[in-house]
Design a protein around this ligand. Sequence first.
Ligand SMILES: Nc1nc2c(ncn2[C@@H]2O[C@H](COP(=O)(O)OP(=O)(O)OP(=O)(O)O)[C@@H](O)[C@H]2O)c(=O)[nH]1
Ligand SMILES: [Mg+2]
Ligand SMILES: [Zn+2]
Length: 308
Amino acid sequence: MTGLVYKSTGSWYSVKTSEGKMVAARIKGIFKIDGITSTNPIAVGDKVDLEWEDHSANTVMITGIHHRKNYIARQSPSHKRQHHIVAANIDQSMMMATLREPRTSQGFIDRFLVSSEAFHVPAIVVFNKSDIYRDKEMEKYEEMKGMYEEIGYSVFLTSFSTGKGVDDLIAAMLDKTTLISGHSGVGKSSFINIILPEQQLKTQDVSGWSGKGMHTTTFAEMYDLDGGGRIIDTPGMREFGIVDISRQELSHYFPEMRSRISDCHFNNCLHINEPGCAIKTAVEEGSISFERYYSYVNILESIEERSY
Ligand SMILES: Nc1nc2c(ncn2[C@@H]2O[C@H](COP(=O)(O)OP(=O)(O)OP(=O)(O)O)[C@@H](O)[C@H]2O)c(=O)[nH]1
Ligand SMILES: [Mg+2]
Ligand SMILES: [Zn+2]
């Protein structure tokens, strides 16, 4: 019997069997997958082999894991040297950002985009809570929309309070497995409550909003979409720790840099102060956004600081 993991809460997993039944599963034995150390051997989206443990109690044992098409991992917040696999076998990743309550920085968005590029998962960017944007946030949104669309990312403006932009976003998820990520309080669970009203996930109390983020969602969980496709809600995160990218390859994960790297004078150019750097020239000419270059430099420095 095989199954698909819909939720992982640590030692127990919710798995939908190939017959369409939701069961509680545990791991049998020790799993070592692809030689990577992760804090969670099995993640939401994994396809697994199952054996019945207790038929009447609906519990099963996970006895094997199928090859992953892909996965998204980030640095475990508690053990920096370990990976935390957020989800496996996904078709696209959605960065849910807000420009107010809370404000998502471009640095955070760019780290997420770099990570998606590195894991070969197409990414889209959503700016939610448009109903509370003032002129200055709308200007910022227009600026970021232009910047991201120019380099190939789709950008959406939504409000889950008014319903603005929701239909377009739903259309972009049809027949795909989409992973939603973003800070706590941006509206990830609210979105799922809109598209799957029967779920009614816990969301943050409006009156309790402190600007700090209380992480209402505590575990990643996958849901089936009515029209086909799946969506994975995740707990909000404060920072996005990038894993396994070397300084040398970082610029390959910036689409606007990738196409220009071969024009740099040195083939190991890090695009900082090397002579004949095509990336720096493009930034000076305005064909690469300064803000994106700034994110690049920041991420590069964070890789350098890592001593392992
Ligand atoms: N004004 C406004 N509030 C929104 C919108 N979308 C969601 N909210 C509110 O924002 C708060 C946080 O929403 P959640 O859906 O719980 O956020 P989350 O991203 O799931 O947060 P975590 O589970 O902590 O990661 C709730 O009070 C929502 O009602 C929106 O478009 N506009
Ligand atoms: Mg949530
Ligand atoms: Zn260069």
